[in-house]
Design a protein around this ligand. Structure first.
Ligand code: SF4
Length: 423
């Protein structure tokens, strides 16, 4: 970390985190549809928005053009307030046509966006009306992915939040893992929980949105992603116990995450060590391969995905990278405080964005690697700096022991490319 990095931020209530406000450069919450539609195989995402929204999700998830897509945009044209009744009729018509053509859809999400016409439209009421109309056939939920209200990964939080009231009650002792994980990672965790005698284990979102996991006072919850804070709060209100833990990135993060569940379930540390010994040894050995490439390299994070703080913890403590600065779109003391505490106290950590100031600081410090949104990567690369797109970290399976080395490789690759180009 270099002392020359002046954050120029106003002090915040959270110790060790400053606050910045100004021009922002972030994807909106609609982006979450790209990974959520892959996860929930029986769900459909109908964005109620503009042509810009349609372009965003089509270009971000363009591969679906070869299959039966599970997202679409109902484009609203300019109307005055008096035209809103027609908007509801139009929405009902689009939904009727869609459900007629696609009987496989069991959950339909109406996703709100930025245009003023959409903001005026009450999508929650529309979802209730449509749910009544299609009772027993399809569940209709609504949430906002608007760039005014949400950043990139908050779309997932809003989507999951819309499902919480629908989750059935249980008095059974269960474990709930919250936040999208790749299926392969989910299966690995499921096997470890089974070995530890922890279960039944449910995942939110589930692979089929139709089968929502149950919640109740005997359900405990591990967060798999740092961006599901509002969902977690709502689950706590429904009686679920949150198990504070590091996020499962890297060997140590994954161990700490499993340990939180193990302790809560009365599993001894010895039993946990026994169950995790083989994957931990494998993961540490695989990580050794990347450590020499990352050791001592300076890295800065611009706010984008919300994964920045746990990633910094992994890259600093397990890969030996030198942390320059960490920016996050928002800091939630309840769910991020423990991860902040694991970073050096003197490391500049900022919440929010003033993109011009943050870029000025990056240009001044010239880190070996900058983790940032897609929109900022090209100008930084053009200025001779190496970048890593943070969106890639949300799309890739990076959690768990078996993925720790793959995660390190994602950061080693651009550095290696730089070395090759320099030869
Ligand atoms: S929701 Fe808003 S920010 Fe996102 S694509 Fe649509 S108009 Fe743009």
């Amino acid at each position: 970390m270099t002392a020359s990095l002046n954050t120029n931020c106003t002090p915040d209530l959270d110790p060790g985190v400053s606050y910045e406000q100004g021009p922002r450069e972030l994807f909106c919450g609609l982006t979450g549809i790209v990974w959520l539609h892959r996860k929930m195989q029986d769900a459909f995402f109908l964005v109620v928005g503009s042509r810009t929204c349609a372009h965003l999700i089509q270009s971000a998830a363009g591969v679906m053009i070869f299959g039966e897509p599970r997202f679409a945009t109902a484009i609203l044209h300019d109307r005055d307030l008096a035209g809103l009744a027609d908007c509801n009729d139009e929405l009902d018509r689009v939904v009727a046509e869609l459900l007629d053509r696609r009987p496989d859809i069991k959950t339909l999400f109406l996703v709100g966006s930025c245009p003023s016409e959409v903001i005026k439209l009450d999508l929650a009421t529309a979802a209730e009306r449509l749910s009544r109309n299609y009772l027993g056939r399809v569940r209709v939920a609504s949430y906002s992915g608007s760039g005014i209200e949400t950043t990139f990964t908050q779309g997932e939080d809003n989507c999951l939040l819309s499902l919480v009231p629908e989750m059935p009650e249980t008095s059974e002792r269960r474990l709930l893992v919250v936040g999208t994980l790749a299926d392969v990672v989910e299966d690995q965790f499921r096997r470890i929980f089974e070995q530890l005698g922890i279960g039944p284990v449910d995942f939110l979102p589930p692979r089929r949105a139709e089968s929502l996991p149950p919640v109740g006072p005997n359900v405990s919850m591990l967060l798999a992603q740092p961006f599901v804070c509002e969902t977690a709060r709502q689950l706590i209100k429904r009686g679920v116990t949150h198990l504070p833990a590091p996020y499962p990135l890297g060997v140590e993060g994954t161990l700490g995450w499993l340990q939180a569940a193990a302790r809560h379930w009365g599993v001894s540390d010895e039993a946990l060590t026994l169950a995790t010994q083989a994957p931990v040894t494998r993961a540490r050995k695989a990580l050794e391969h990347y450590r020499p490439r990352l050791q001592g390299k300076r890295i800065a994070f611009l706010p984008d995905s919300q994964l920045e703080i746990p990633l910094a913890r992994f890259l600093g403590s397990e890969c030996g990278m030198q942390l320059e600065s960490v920016g996050v779109p928002y800091f939630d003391r309840q769910f991020h405080g423990h991860e902040r505490a694991s970073l050096p106290a003197e490391l500049p950590v900022s919440e929010g964005q003033h993109v011009d100031r943050q870029l000025d600081r990056i240009h001044a410090v010239k880190p070996d690697l900058t983790v940032c949104g897609l929109g900022l990567a090209n100008p930084l690369e053009a200025a001779g700096l190496r970048t890593k797109w943070s969106i890639e970290l949300v799309f890739s399976p990076i959690q768990g022991f078996e993925q720790a080395a793959d995660l390190a490789e994602l950061f080693a690759r651009p550095l290696l490319r730089k070395e090759r180009l320099a030869v």
